[in-house]
Every structure is written in C-alpha cells, then in structure tokens.
Design a protein around this ligand. Sequence first.
Ligand SMILES: *[C@@H]1O[C@H](CO)[C@@H](O)[C@H](O)[C@H]1NC(C)=O
Ligand SMILES: *[C@@H]1O[C@H](CO)[C@@H](O)[C@H](O)[C@H]1NC(C)=O
Ligand SMILES: *[C@@H]1O[C@H](CO)[C@@H](O)[C@H](O)[C@H]1NC(C)=O
Ligand SMILES: *[C@@H]1O[C@H](CO)[C@@H](O)[C@H](O)[C@H]1NC(C)=O
Ligand SMILES: [Cu+2]
Length: 831
Amino acid sequence: MTAPAYAYEPLKQEDAPAQPAPSSARRRLGAFAALFLGTIAFSAIVFRPAAQIEDLIFHDAAAEDAPTLAQCAAPVVSAAKPPAPINPWASLTVDETSDVQRWLEAPERGLNLTRAQGSVMSDNVIFLIERHYPAKVDALAYLDNPVPELEPAKYARVSIHEGTIPAVKVYLVGPLPTSEETTMRELTEIYHRDIPFNARSYITGDELPQMLGKVIPPLADAMQELFNGSARGLPNDTFVASGSAPFSYDGEFRRMWISWRRNAPGPWLHPIGFWQYVDMSGTDPEEWKILKVVYNKQVFDSVDDFNAALKDGTLVRSHHDSNADVSWATRKPSGPVRDLEHLPGPRSVSFAGLRFRIDRKTQFVSWMGWSMYLGFDRDMGLNFWDIRIKGERIIYELSPQEAIAQYSGNDPLQASTAWLDRHFGMGKSVRDMLPGYDCPHEAVFLPATTHSGLGSVRVERAICIFEQDSGKPITRHTGYLAGEFGAVKGYTLTIRSISTVGNYDYLFDYLFHLDGTMEVKLSASGYLQGGFWEPSQNGYGGRIRDSSMGNLHDHIINYKVDFDIAGVKNTPVNTTISQEVVHQPWFSDDWGADVTQGLITKTFIKNEDEALLKWPANFQGGFSVVNQAEKNRWDMPRGYAVHPGMSPIHNTVVGSRRMLKNANWARYNMAFSRRKESEPSSSNAWNMNLPGAPVVDFHDFFDGESLEQEDVVAWINVGMHHLPQAEDSPNTKTNIATTGFILTPLNFFDSDISMEMSNAIVLTAPLNPGDPFTFDNYGVDLGLTCVPAAPAPFEYTPFKSFDVEGKQMPYGSMEDVRKDAEGYHRIRIEL
Ligand SMILES: *[C@@H]1O[C@H](CO)[C@@H](O)[C@H](O)[C@H]1NC(C)=O
Ligand SMILES: *[C@@H]1O[C@H](CO)[C@@H](O)[C@H](O)[C@H]1NC(C)=O
Ligand SMILES: *[C@@H]1O[C@H](CO)[C@@H](O)[C@H](O)[C@H]1NC(C)=O
Ligand SMILES: *[C@@H]1O[C@H](CO)[C@@H](O)[C@H](O)[C@H]1NC(C)=O
Ligand SMILES: [Cu+2]
C-alpha cells in the first residue's frame, strides 16, 4: 500500500515525516488528485494541460488489490408528503382544457366560436383557457382540513377574442369537470373594464406577417435599392421586421412602428435603419395601412411620397454596407482557449443522494424544513403557494406579476418601445432547459403545461430544482472556550425557470436558505433589442458594432408576496435609522457629555395611503411585515423583513404617454395593500396596450384602507438600468444583468434556526499546548465518498404540442415554432 492519495492537500506538519516522493510518472505529469475512502487508495485523476479528457482517468497501479469504491446512491428524488393530496393551484391538464373547449363550443353556449387555426379577426376565437385560482379562504380551509368535501371547486378563466363585437371577453367557467352544474359568467370583478379588441394579444402568429405582406410590397424595390436586400415574402428574404409596443393608448387604435433587420442569426442586433408606422386597427385587414415612412431622419406621410423622393433624387441617402459581416452575433465560441479550459469545470455531486423531496403529482417540494406547492400560468410562469418553514406558513402566494422594459433612442422604434412582457406570456415563453448548462447535472426537472387557442404545449424541463453547496458557512466563529468554535455549512435549494421572450431570456430563480431566508432573483440574458447606430444615438446607449447599438432601457419586474406571518393578519412596518445627539449623565470626561450616534425608529404603516414605498437614502431603514398579536419568546412581534438584493431600482422614466398608468407599480420599490380577491394581480396581459386606460391600474388598489392586522400583500420590485455596452454583444450577461430581493426572518424565531443543522462542526481547543483540537461533526461526514452516477448524456427536446381536442400533434416546421416563439419581435413577410 502506498500512502493515501487525498482529494485535497492535507495540512503539512512541520515535524511530520516527508510525503513519499511521487512516482516518476506523476512527477512528469504534474499535480494529481484522487478519490479516497478512508485510507484505501483507489484511483487517481491526473490533470495534464494538453491531455484528451479520455486520457485523464487511469487506475493507480498501487490500488489494484484495493476493494472497489462503492457506487453512490442514485440521485433519485424521494417522495414528498404534501399537506393536502390536491394542489389547489395546479394548472389545468390537457384533458381538462379540451373538456372546457368542447363545453364552450357546444351550440347551447351561443358563443359562435371558430377554431383558431385558419380563423380571421372577425371570428370569435378562444385566446386562453386557464386555471382560475380558488379564493384564499377556500384554499386555506382545505389545507387546514384536506378532506375531499373541502377541496375547492375547480374553475377555468377563459378569454375569448370576440371579433364579432369586437372585444376581448373574460369568463369564469366551472365547476370542472364540466357537468350539468357548470355555468359561465363574465369575470367583471377583476377585469374592471371591457378589454378593447385593439389591445388583444395574438393567437396564431399569422396576423403580422400577413399585415406586412399587404403593406410592404410597394416598398420592396426601394429596400432593394437602398439596402441591397429583399423583403418580398420569399424564402430567401434577407430582411425581417419587428414591431414596437404599446399598440394603443386606450384601445381606440392599434398601431405599431416596424423596423427592419437582417435575416441573420441574432437579427435583433442587425437593424438597417428603416421604419414604418402601421395602422392595424379593427378587424378588417383590408383597411390596414402604412401611416409613415422614416429613413435617414426623413419622414414621409405615405409610401408614395417616399418612393417619389427616392425616384426624383431628393431622398438623402445614408451609407449601408450590405456585405458587412454578421457572424459576430452568433454564440459560437471565438478566441483562444484559456489555460486548462479544455477541461470540464467542477460539477457538484450529492454523494449521499438528493436531500430534497418532490411530489410530482402535486408539484410539491420540501427541503430542510421548507415546503411549498408550485403553480404555473401562461402570463408569468412559475409561482409559489403555501410556502412554509418548519411547518408554519409564511407566504400564501409568491408570484411574478409583470416585467417592463422601457426604451429610449433617437429612432422611432426604440423611442416608442415600452414592453410589458406579461402580454407575450412569460409562462407561454418558458423553454426547455439545457441540462448541465442551465441547471446543474443533478437538477430534477418538472414539466409545465400552458394553453392557448391553438391547443396545449407541454415543456418537459420547464422548472429545475437543485441543492448546492453555497460555498460559504452560514455562520462561523473562531474561539477558544467550549462550544464557541465552529461553522454551520451553507446549502441552498434553487428552483428555476427560464423564459425566452423573443430576443430576451429571463432566468427566474427562487433560493431557499437554511435559516429561513429566501431569495427571489431575476437575471437577464439573450439578445439586446439593438438599435441602428449613428452619432446622434450617443446619449441613448452604447455602440456595439459598426452600425449596431444597444439602447438604454430599464427593466423592472414586480412580484406579489402575500405574507401570512403566524396567521393572515399582519401589519407592515417602516424602520428607519437616523442620527441623534444625546446628553448622557455618565459622560462628563474629556469627550464631553454629548453622544452622537444612531437611532432606530419603527412605525407601523397604518393604511394604504402611506404604503407606496421607496428605499430610504443610503438604505437607512427598510420594510417588514409583522404579526402584532404573535410574539416570539422575547416578546417581539414575529415578522419577516424585506431586504433589497442587487440593483434595487425603480423606473427612471415616469410619465411617458406610452407607460402612463399601466405600470404604476414600477414607480416605487415596493408597496403594501390590503389583500383582495378582486385585486389578484398588479398587471394583466392587456395592460401593455392600454397605457392610458389600463385594465388594471395599480394605483386603484390604494384607497386608504387600514393595513393594521389585516391580510396584507407586498408588491416588490426588482430591476436594472440597462446601459448597453460592447460586452452585451453577442448576449447580455447574467452576472451583471441580475437583481433580486431577500425575505428573512425578523424575530419570527427565538434565535437562528440554522443552528439546528448537523452539517456543522464544533471544535474544542486542547488543554495542553501541542495537542490537537478535537471536533464533533454531529455524525455527518462531509468527506463521504463513492462513485457518482455519470450524468445522462446531453439531449434536448423542445416541447410537446396538443391540439384543442387534446391530441398530441407534431409541432410543424421550425419556422412555425419560431413564428410562435418570436411573435412580433421577428416578423417575416407572408403574402
Ligand atoms: C358568427 O360568427 C361569424 C364570423 O365567424 C359571423 O359572420 C356570424 O354573423 C356570427 N353569427 C352570429 C349569429 O352572430
Ligand atoms: C448586394 O448583395 C449581393 C448579395 O446578395 C452582393 O453580392 C453584392 O456585393 C451586394 N452589392 C453591394 C453594392 O454591396
Ligand atoms: C430569391 O428567390 C427568388 C425566387 O426564387 C429569385 O427570383 C431571386 O433572384 C432570389 N434572390 C436572391 C438574392 O437570391
Ligand atoms: C418611515 O419612517 C421615517 C422616520 O420616522 C419617516 O421619515 C418616513 O416618512 C417613513 N416612511 C413611511 C413610508 O412611512
Ligand atoms: Cu436589458
């Protein structure tokens, strides 16, 4: 037997015998590392700078007679025990949606429905069939006593594009499954106003390509001449379009700016500098038209005027290089390989098996005292229900509400863009994740199903769940008296989902910590919505290539956090730190009797009029939620505090007509309001197109109602000021484009609950100098090792589609997939 080969370097004792000299082979090969079990050498992994990965593993000759290292427990997730056997917030299944579809299509409903595929705008077409969340009182009654009789009745929320009126209508249909008892009614108590047809979203991706097919052909020759390319509705078209939003101010019209880009990878980064303002109001495409043409800062009120100026030579031309290289906008690795970078990086392994539990049927997750149900909807994707710590509910609902991106620029498209991405559907835009890249190899994936008028889409890897070594102790101290010295190891559970909305990718992360802290994080990546660079754009962004730039914009994302701290009755608290000068009798010495120091002030936020909040300057204070009636052992009201994470901003630009009243929440860092069934969300899929007359105006929630010992909801914003720069090319980076907030116990417990953890060590100093420190690891050997299962080979499957009758169907061509996914962020002309 040779000396054990350790996985990391053992501490060198000055007086310890010298390590045996490495074999000549090892010396030649450089540093080595090896797995070990006790003192039994098994094998070594030798790192050689230039080796092939296959060459890197060899058996240590000395280990040939050693017993084989055991195989690790398979990383199979254990079953969880949800408090109730039904998830009251689960999405409708494919079968449930087709049941509702059939029921709605029955002649006795009188809805005069046309199926989406091949429909025209003047038809009545279903836009969405989705779970309507049960009333909180019903859901809580069921969770408290999960017997079948108390299971909340299941309802669907159905939105229909009623082209015959025209208007968008929202109905409540139920109970489900459909039966004699099922009825429908308009859901007017949530959607306070009629939804104008001009504010609608799209069902099929056909509307815009066909619109361009009607209005763009008269510009095709000019585009050929000015830009040496084509947009004629042919497969070899070299240009694609994109549209701006909002489409409308109050529903009176539906108009957008169109901009053209090269039809190359990363089209968002290749604008050519050509714009049209198009009118698409009403239901008759024959009436749609171009209202303006803009080229090189020249504005024309008609296509004819523009074409005439081109013909008679009065059009002032700008330079366009149609042969410019566009390959820089791809994601293909470029540049030299860095030292040792041909090797795969570290991968984390749960040697003793996964430590979280999942009930797949209900999408219930538990880990280290935390538990929650997951939900998923078309508008905003992944959400959380009944979040508990150590068996106690702290949050009834945690769900993203809206994501805005408001742009600036010296061109018509950028200067008029104010996205509210809920319109496009963060849930609808969820994409299958890349195992090993988007989430660690050990992650467990859960599916999500979303519905539309075309049917259902099931994404198998919509959500990933994984535990990680946080890389730092959650607490530690070096000390010398008994019990002072030691550390508790940090671990986090992450639940993630990624949505690609046209050009942008949003990573939604929810992290749970051992001490009862949870973190909500959002990161952005993907392609900038690039602008056409010329010097007058300087104040509006950063140049990233010869004629491409990224435009200044703010991202603000709103979350609903329905706290239930030790019960539903809670009170928000405003805490400030200020400076005081006090006179103290015990000081009269050389320092004087005045003391200048800090002072904490805590006041209750008594009603909604005081509850639209911004972080104080220098973060001197903050906001929390307590239950005044429930005290911890030290007579402090039990609570949870909200802490800002990275980039805790609110919206910079306020008052633009393009975002006048439809995202009022973005003016603040957070707000508290009284929870109401009629105020389930701060936004709505149609708000984007109704800035002047939104379906949901967040300010309407704030009407002076008391917040003292009431069921309060916190609306919390995260965001980033995105000042694009060269390094946003080709894609924005998740390390900088990231933001979040943290919820942490505030006297909720009597002391730090992470002290319960056994993945911890306490050291005892020796009595006699020179004796070793002894330690207790509470029976958990962090060095436990075994042979981990190899990660599954990489594979990618996009999604499964079902038609409205629930039959699985092929998803058609990749062009169809793109059309649906990229919507009006990338429009190809269709004739
Ligand atoms: C039903 O819808 C079609 C358009 O899809 C329309 O032409 C027809 O008038 C409608 N019928 C009724 C009774 O409203
Ligand atoms: C126009 O485009 C073609 C490719 O479609 C290219 O070969 C040609 O060089 C371009 N002409 C100019 C003047 O850039
Ligand atoms: C594109 O295709 C059309 C029809 O096949 C053809 O007439 C045209 O020359 C093609 N354009 C280019 C740039 O290849
Ligand atoms: C919070 O308290 C400070 C100090 O008492 C006060 O200046 C501030 O206006 C309060 N903020 C809110 C939102 O109540
Ligand atoms: Cu951005």
